[in-house]
Structures are given as C-alpha cells and as structure tokens.
Design a protein around this ligand. Structure first.
Ligand code: PBG
Length: 322
C-alpha cells in the first residue's frame, strides 16, 4: 500500500497540521433574551442553561462573556401580552424597555458588536412576523413597520440589524431608509434562507411568541427547497445585505454550502433553539456527550461554509476553549 491516509491521523500534532477547519470564539454571536424589570434571571425550561435577563443582570452576563472573548450579541426581547398589539407599535416606542436596553448595552460596551432582530413577532398580538388581515400575512404594509423598527434600533446604537421575517423587499427597503437617515454604517444580516422549521419551538417558548393561528409557511421557506434559497440570496445581495444567513443550521448544511459556493458575502448560520435543546436534553439523559456533540455540530457549520455562527452554545464553547 503506497497510500495510507491513516498516517496523517497518527498523533494529535500531525492531526492538527492537517486540520482543515477551525472554529474560534471570534466567529460566534450569542443570542440572549431580555425581559423588563430588575434583578431577573428566569430560566427557560426548554433551553437548559439559557435564561431571560433583565437589563442589569444581562449587562453582567455580557461582561462575563466579553472576558471569555465573545464580542457579538444578538438580544431578543420578551414582551408581556399586555404590551402586544396588532401593529406592533411597542417595537418603535422610544421609551420601550428593549430600545433603552440596547442603548445602555452599547454605552457600557462600545467595542461589542450588537445585533437585533427586525420582525413583528415579539410585539404582535397575532404572534406573526407580519401584519395580519383576514387571516393573511401582509407583505408591503409590514415593511413600513419594519422600517420604523429598524430606524429606532439603529438610533439605539445597534451594529447589525437582522430582518428575520422573510417578507419580500425588506432588505432594500430598510437599506435605503437607513442611508437616507444617516445610518450608512448600520449593517444588515439578512435571514436569507429561513425555513418554516420545527426547531424554533423552544425560542417561541422563551419569548411566548408562537403564532396565535396558523403557521409561518406563507413567508418562511419550505424545508424541501434549495433552489429557492438562491432566489432569496440574489435578492438580498442586490438589495444591499452585508451577510447572508441560513436558518436553522443543522438540517440545512447543504444550503450553507450552496450559498457559500455562489456568493462572496460572508455566510452566517443560525444554530437555533431546537438544535441546542436536542443536545441538552439527550446529554441530560446521559445519552450523548454534551461537549463533544456541541463541538462537532458547530464545526460542521463552519465546514459547510459558515463564517459566522449564532449559537446558544457561545458561552459554553468559549469557557471550554479557554
Ligand atoms: C422570529 C425569530 C425566530 C427565531 C429568531 N427570530 C422564530 C420564528 O421565526 O418563529 C428563532 C430562533 C431560534 O429558534 O433559536 N422573527
């Protein structure tokens, strides 16, 4: 035998030399949940190890993450039903706790990269990402609300806006508006190929944001489709997106690879709540090794072509790789 691939696996030092993919805390964005109030750390049953924080405790958590080398955070607000309505007006109320928190985070950690979600669902009494009329999710009318939300978040100091609702035309609409208002440096990470997935379940528990009727299939993509991701990516690239995101990650590694091979924009993968909880639940039962499963799945996203990974494992990964 002239060729023996095992020679390149004979020791850790040799394996390191031929290692093709590497993962770093620099690649990670940590999604976090915010609630109104003070001194709150509320566990999320379906996401062991992840909490909803009030601003004071969230700032402490961000500080400890910064010390571990995590410098990017995506903050999601959990609103009580009493503050939700059909037009999501709370999303751009300058006095709302979420916008005040974003401003304070940016003030205390100016060097951190702060990301926010642009979609109606946390503020909508219908639990949908768009305006609802006669059971239909409206597209163009929703853009106006997204625009107000985007300007309010950019004004609060957010570095990267994440339009996550899969409405048509939103990236271009938001980009033009940001530019007209002087926010030329505010980036857009488009949720380019976001699938109608079962893996968002624990996130909807965390925010209490499940749709009140129906599902999200008229705006989120069909899990059967890959070609369609190219249409979405073409549009987002033309409309000025700075990053293209694929979500969820694990069942869509082929889509990550597809976008990586066809676009020069950086690709992000959202390792969503259900993917996190699957590993946590089986590790709690002793069925798989948490740390190894975490490492292997995160690595698979990078290998597929993601540069950026949004993951609830960010802090754990950072602690482990210190
Ligand atoms: C909603 C939004 C969702 C997630 C991020 N933004 C859920 C949904 O579309 O219903 C899911 C994230 C996760 O599951 O971790 N705009």
């Amino acid at each position: 035998m002239l060729r023996r691939p095992r020679r390149n696996r004979k020791s850790e030092a040799v394996r390191n030399l031929v290692e093709e993919t590497s993962l770093s805390v620099k690649d990670l964005i940590f999604p976090m949940f915010l609630v109104d109030g003070v001194k709150k750390t509320i566990a999320i049953d379906s996401m062991p190890g992840i909490n909803r924080y009030s601003l004071d405790t969230l700032l402490g958590e961000i500080e400890s993450c910064m010390k571990l080398g995590i410098h990017a955070f995506d903050v999601f607000p959990a609103y009580p039903d009493s503050m939700k309505n059909a037009t999501a007006t709370e999303s751009y109320n300058p006095e709302t706790f979420y916008l005040k928190a974003l401003r304070e985070i940016k003030k205390q950690f100016p060097e951190a990269c702060l990301m926010s979600d642009v979609a109606m669902d946390p503020y909508s009494s219908d639990g949908h990402d768009g305006l609802v009329k006669n059971g239909k999710i409206l597209n163009d009318e929703t853009l106006e609300i997204l625009a107000r939300m985007s300007l309010a978040q950019a004004d609060a100091g957010v570095d990267i806006l994440g339009p996550s609702d899969m409405m048509d035309g939103r990236v271009g609409y938001i980009r033009e508006l940001l530019d007209e208002n002087g926010f030329v440096d505010t980036s857009i990470m488009s949720y380019t190929a976001k699938y109608a997935s079962a893996f968002y379940g624990p996130f909807r528990d965390a925010l209490d944001s499940a749709p009140k009727f129906g599902d999200k299939k008229t705006y989120q993509m069909n899990p059967a489709n890959a070609q369609e991701a190219l249409i979405e990516a073409d549009l987002d690239a033309e409309e000025g997106a700075d990053f293209l995101m694929v979500k969820p990650a694990l069942s869509y590694l082929d889509i990550i690879k597809l976008l990586k091979d066809n676009y020069s924009l950086p690709i992000a993968a959202y390792n969503v709540s259900g993917e996190y909880s699957m590993i946590k639940a089986s590790a709690q039962k002793g069925w798989i090794d948490n740390d190894r499963a975490m490492m292997e799945t995160l690595l698979s996203m990078k290998r597929a072509g993601a540069k950026v990974i949004l993951t609830y494992f960010a802090k754990e990964y950072a602690s482990l790789s210190k």
